[in-house]
Design a protein around this ligand. Structure first.
Ligand code: AMP
Ligand code: GLY
Length: 427
């Protein structure tokens, strides 16, 4: 079997590595991939950008790809799965219509309300109907969100209504381009954030192991929001009772709602949740893909053949399969470039990768490229060092040992990934 992975980040390195490990997989192609995927056995990079859907379809045809797995949201929202399906090619991910759940926060909020799924109260505005006086009368803090895709940058937590008005007006004025044509303003929710990721086949759902990420740049969950500075699995916060509530109150109504609306959802579905002190799993957002960096520790723990799970989902047979997970914990630390998340410095030489390869655990590449015999940084989140261990503490030690073995000028990373899990009382 031949597999194509679309994307070139840390999530896609983990996907390619995992698929290449399946006995029945002869070769994995990654478009466009990175220096890490290029170095994996039975993995080959192909220089096709993720935006060029027609070229991706051609590639899959030419290479006789049996299964394509899409990593990032942009090609999904742009309809890559529809284009592959029209060409008779198996492509794992939601259709363009189903991917609107991530592509339009305005759509997602309306969907959540209609299906009575818990979420923050909100109002959606366009420039034309923006009501600054109403916003000014709301209690602070307020959360202002560009409705469209903004690479995780389109959310402002406004400490005052005036700040919320300014943030919304900046979005209408084009701060995030088209993504800010509609703006969602919602109440600020208290609680603990959680990623809940499942595989869906249109009708049935297979939850992945639990995971949690750290979105803030600096230790102690301080500093600006990022795509994620580290993640671990399992997440102790998810007790069996909470797991049940999330399935019953969020995931099942979402999958049934999408099917009922005529846009059945196949693919990975990621619910970003804020679990309230009373246990209510409020949806902050849906992502139509796997999380990055959650995928890296998750796939380190997955023992089942991922390609078989994706094929079962494409066949609508997810109820007939199960996933096996390593009982150990996995924890990933993101190693980022200087200047991330505002303006990441690129082109620095990464030292120590050979040394790291001899240690337990694994370093997944995210933004790297090879130039002659050197590996260079090529963006904000450069690597993700993942350790495995009998518990989160042991996985954390292994991950930080890996992290300490590599270096480049300006490399930055958090020293406390997993701190919430370590502080929590043991069950
Ligand atoms: P989102 O892209 O909608 O998940 O928002 C990005 C981040 O902003 C989330 O991961 C939360 O940390 C924070 N956030 C979003 N919405 C809210 C909310 N209603 N209340 C509190 N924090 C929020
Ligand atoms: N780690 C957050 C995300 O993938 O959106």
């Amino acid at each position: 079997m031949k597999v194509l992975i679309i994307g070139g980040g840390g999530r896609e390195h983990a996907l390619a590595w995992k698929c290449a490990a399946a006995a029945r997989v002869e070769e994995v192609l990654v478009a466009p991939g990175n220096a890490g995927t290029a170095a994996e056995p039975r993995v080959r990079n192909v220089a096709v950008p993720t935006e060029d859907i027609a070229a991706l379809v051609q590639l899959a045809r030419r290479e006789r790809i049996d299964l394509t797995i899409v990593g990032p949201e942009a090609p999904l929202v742009a309809g890559v799965v529809d284009a592959f399906s029209a060409a008779g090619l198996a492509c794992f991910g939601p259709s363009r219509a189903a991917a609107r759940l991530e592509g339009s926060k305005a759509f997602a909020k309306e969907f959540l309300r209609r299906h009575a799924i818990p979420t923050a109260r909100s109002v959606t505005f366009t420039h034309a109907n923006f009501d600054a006086a109403w916003v000014s009368s709301q209690p602070a803090p307020l959360v202002v969100k560009a409705s469209g895709l903004a690479s995780g940058k389109g959310v402002v937590i406004a400490a005052s209504p005036a700040e919320a008005v300014t943030a919304a007006q900046a979005m209408f004025a084009g701060q995030f381009g088209e993504a800010g044509r509609e703006v969602v303003i919602e109440e600020f929710l208290q609680g603990e954030e959680l990623s809940f990721i499942v595989i869906a086949d249109g009708q049935h759902v297979l939850p992945l192991a639990t995971s949690q990420d750290h979105k803030r740049l600096r230790d102690g969950d301080q500093g600006p929001n990022t795509g994620g500075m580290g993640a671990y699995s399992p997440a102790q916060l998810v007790t069996p009772a909470l797991h049940q509530r999330i399935m019953r109150e969020v995931i099942e109504p979402a999958i049934a709602g999408l099917a009922g609306d005529g846009t059945p959802y196949t693919g990975f579905l990621y619910a970003g949740l804020m679990v309230a002190p009373d246990g209510t799993p409020n949806v902050l957002e849906f992502n139509c893909r796997l999380g990055d960096p959650e995928t890296q520790p998750l796939l380190m723990r997955l023992q089942s053949d991922l390609t078989a799970l994706c094929e079962a989902a494409l066949a609508g047979r997810l109820h007939a399969v199960s996933a096996q997970w390593d009982a150990r914990a996995a924890l990933g630390v993101v190693l980022a470039a200087a200047g991330y998340p505002e303006a990441a410095q690129r082109g620095d030489i990464i030292e120590g990768l050979e040394r790291a390869a001899l240690l337990p655990g694994k370093i997944f590449h995210a933004a790297t490229r090879r130039e002659a015999d050197r590996v260079l940084t090529n963006g904000g989140r450069v690597l993700c060092a993942v350790g495995l261990g009998d518990d989160i503490a042991a996985a954390q030690r292994a991950a930080y040992q890996l992290a300490a073995s590599v270096h480049w000028p300006g490399m930055q990373y958090r020293r406390d990934i997993g701190h919430r899990a370590l502080a929590a009382p043991r069950p």
